[in-house]
Design a protein around this ligand. Sequence first.
Ligand code: PLP
Length: 377
Amino acid sequence: MPTYGRAPVEFVRGEGARLWDSEGREYLDFFAGLAVHNAGHCHPRIVAAIRDQAELLGGTSNLFYSEPAMRLCERLSQSSLGGRVFLCNSGAEANECAIKLVRKHAHARGVERPEIVVLDGAFHGRTLAALAATPRLAREDLFGPLPAGFVAVARDDPEAMTAAVGESTAAVLLEPIQGEAGVFCVPDEVLAAAREACDANGALLVFDEVQTGMGRTGSLWAYEQLPVRPDLMTAAKALGGGLPVGACVTSLDLGETLERGEHGSTFAGGAVAASAALAAIEIVDDPASLRSARELGGRLVGELEALDGVADVRGRGLMVGATLDHGLDAAGVAARCLEAGLVINVPGEGMLRFLPPLVIDERDLGRAIETVRDALR
Ligand code: PLP
């Protein structure tokens, strides 16, 4: 179906932060398959993990135990909120699981019509409940009736957040940094207001770390650098090291909210995908890699800010967005970068987004800046 706008390039090979197209041209990748290949393309340890497991056993469903899935759950839980994990196959599915869990939690507290508070500009996925949680795409006229019970508040207004959370709130669901909106950090005051209001009302705080997780911002999970801790976290994208893996992780006391038969997925936790995910976590959860993401990210922000034509730069670690001066055509700039061998993304009108694999080095960064500077000229 014609649901995507595609650039006129076919990539056929990748290695680290490099891609090659079907005509043999080399590119520097500052998009990483939409924040998926944080460990770099075709990392030998991920390739080996996939190959080894594929040769051994592909999977046997979730009706039996499987060591790769159990190890992945353990690794995810121990590295974050300490509770239980539901594995799935995408970011949207991870959020669907979180939505079901917080609604059930609210019903158990006697809330009849639970509400979930989300932020303007949010992106939580394309399935129906995740879509209803995504204000700018939740088109009732096209896809209605959408699931009810989602309320949107401004991204940067702590008072609006406090006012929106009440007795019938099941949860506040937010991305610590909004990626699809163009890389906008949610202010600490809003995060603190959300945490406080949830605690005061018995509601849960859910962080969608689908794009911010897996070392992208310079810590394994973005919340580690923030003043508040969520009750639930969702992850996907880079989690699978290139294979489709999502996860919903709970804090210790919420691990048994969803019970037997209340959620499931055929492919979830498949042995090959889980093995790839375990290898991917080992690669990105490395002090040197995380430090490099923070340092190079800081440099990227600084160098972008210095470019003529750039009005505003935002982000943390290697998740960086820029707004161009009024009237500049971001899509044209990205197309010119692509022609010059640099892959970047346009998340919205007038904006550029940079999501390189975490394995880039200073020279890659220098080359990317040069290419963007030329394209802006
Ligand atoms: N949540 C966030 C923050 C995302 O950025 C995305 C995808 O871009 C999703 C959820 C949806 O993930 P998926 O496309 O794997 O369903």
